[in-house]
Design a protein around this ligand. Structure first.
Ligand code: GLV
Length: 308
């Protein structure tokens, strides 16, 4: 008999047919408001953006696995899953290049003032005021990567091709040709770009603290493709407002998609709607992999990529 799978969120809407070839599926957006017996589900599929509430977990009495359509798993209560012997799987690898590409896109775009450049033309300022103010070269500049994991390494490789100097911070020194900083404040003081690629969750909550942000140079930029929770946003906004740093390019925010409205008023930011893996190719690969995780779990007792 086919297993019953609940697909939780909209992000997976275009890929439901991948799962329905192997499983009996329901989608949360279709059953909303209906009287549903949640205890029939054997598995939950959810993206990294979906808030898996304690109530949903309580209702899903019989799930054996949460198959994440994401690499990050900070939206899952791992303690509860361990207690209930629920396996959690994710989709690492397939999204590495696109997320690293987005980090590089953000870095180049904020440095060359691409978004304001477009507004400059659209609001006729080019015609009225002449050339736009000068922007920043990236070559020979220093990058500090926070979290040299898969995405951090891929990003470093790409940034190297732009003749940028790579440094990194993390809980431990890695076998790497890049310079390691044990002290995040010192790295923040040293670099021109602080690029956040670490995992989210409790361990990295507000890792980019007020003291890290105030250590950054006035001419420096902050790029975040990790999670909004990693940054003390109040401190960041304060620095941006008072031009204590030159700018920030952010793909992720605290409390998405209802982000702090002050971000929308700033001119020295690029805001992007959590879309690092948001390409047709990668989202398709994530759906295939998250489905394979389910197939392997139900056939062999183990998903391809196990978190716990
Ligand atoms: C996206 O943010 C992911 O964790 O895959």
């Amino acid at each position: 008999m086919k297993k019953n799978i609940l697909i939780a969120d909209d992000l997976i809407r275009d890929y439901t047919q991948i799962y329905s070839k192997h499983f009996k599926i329901d989608t949360l957006w279709n059953i909303k408001g209906k009287k549903i017996n949640f205890s029939k589900y054997d598995a939950l599929v959810a993206s990294g953006l979906f808030k898996i509430t304690p109530l949903l977990m309580k209702n899903l009495k019989n799930i054996k696995i949460i198959s994440l359509f994401a690499v990050g798993y900070d939206n899952v209560d791992l303690v509860e899953c361990k207690k209930r012997k629920i396996t959690v799987s994710n989709t690492p690898g397939v999204l590495t290049r696109d997320v690293a590409d987005l980090a590089l896109t953000l870095l180049l775009s904020i440095s060359r003032n691409i978004v304001n450049g477009q507004s400059y033309i659209k609001s006729n300022l080019w015609q009225k005021n002449g050339p736009m103010k000068l922007t920043d070269s990236v070559f020979n500049k220093k990058i500090g990567i926070v979290g040299l994991g898969k995405i951090g390494k891929e990003f470093a490789k790409k940034a190297e091709s732009l003749s940028m100097e790579i440094n990194y911070f993390g809980p431990r020194k890695k076998k790497s040709k890049y310079k390691y900083f044990k002290n995040l404040n010192q790295m923040a003081k040293y670099v021109d770009y602080l690029v956040i690629t670490c995992a989210g969750g409790e361990k990295t909550k507000k890792l980019i603290s007020k003291s890290v942000i105030t250590s950054m140079k006035k001419s420096s930029y902050l790029i975040n493709v990790s999670r909004g929770t990693v940054i003390d946003e109040k401190a960041l906004i304060n620095s941006l407002k008072n031009n204590k740093i030159k700018g920030a390019a952010l793909d992720v925010f605290f409390n998405e998609p209802k982000i702090n409205p002050i971000f929308k008023k700033l001119n020295n930011v690029i805001l992007h709607p959590h879309h690092g893996s948001g390409t047709i190719e990668t989202r398709n690969a994530m759906a295939q992999l998250s489905c394979m995780n389910l197939i392997n779990f139900f056939k062999k007792g183990k998903p391809l990529h196990k978190v716990i």
